[in-house]
Design a protein around this ligand. Sequence first.
Ligand code: NAI
Length: 239
Amino acid sequence: MSAVVLITGAASGIGLAVARRVVARGDRAILWDVSQSGLDAATAELGAHATSRVVDVADAEAVTRAGEAIENVGVTHLVNNAGILGQKTNWDALDVPAVARVMAVNVVGFMQVASVFLKARVAHPSAGIVNMASIAGENGGAPGFAAYGASKGAIMALTRGMARDLAPEVRVNALAPGIIDTPIQDAVMTAPDSREKAAEGIPMARLGTADEVAQAAEWLLFDAPYTTGEIIRIAGGRR
Ligand code: NAI
């Protein structure tokens, strides 16, 4: 049975890599992202098996409307992936709205997208959700980015709770990538040798690629019928 996979944050990086794999299988991808230009480029590349919509996952009304728009398209799987790093935390003068924005996109957004997906979804033998966590959810994140780490720790707990709530109809798993070479890293990899320096702390001695994460997402979505509530690190051995 063919699948229709809703992917958030699908205009770039890991989300786009998942969309490429979905389309390569002959399945269909629905791409949600805040970047119109990114979505235009992605759909031009992916062709007729991909459709897109500008959706800010932290905008409750926009997600509700977008959810209604997919109620009759037979969506079967979700990759909850849109995420932001946020800004560096200044503990002496906490920017509360900035922290709230990280939580709104990375945690509450995931929950609302899951909710509208569940309302719109049709049954599929491998029905499942993959949430994009991070090893930052375990180690606290890069120095200065504790809010991001906290949001990803929340995704880990959310994944286990959702897996319990939605079984046996829908499996819910998470991936916890390490340092993956996508545009989100540009905020922290500011020095010319940042990537080489980062690689020194990774047992596999290099950054990961978006497609290496997408490969694991594809497995969790389609080939892991008895796997739910799991969090899999894709981190080259880094903790
Ligand atoms: P990316 O920056 O290349 O892609 C993120 C995408 O999400 C962008 O297309 C962006 O426009 C979109 N986005 C941002 N805010 C949004 C919103 N409010 N609503 C809808 N779309 C929004 O980054 P990457 O690396 O592909 O990140 C994907 C996910 O993987 C994120 O959740 C990130 O936290 C997670 N991750 C990434 C790691 C890395 O090292 N690249 C490591 C661990 C986790």
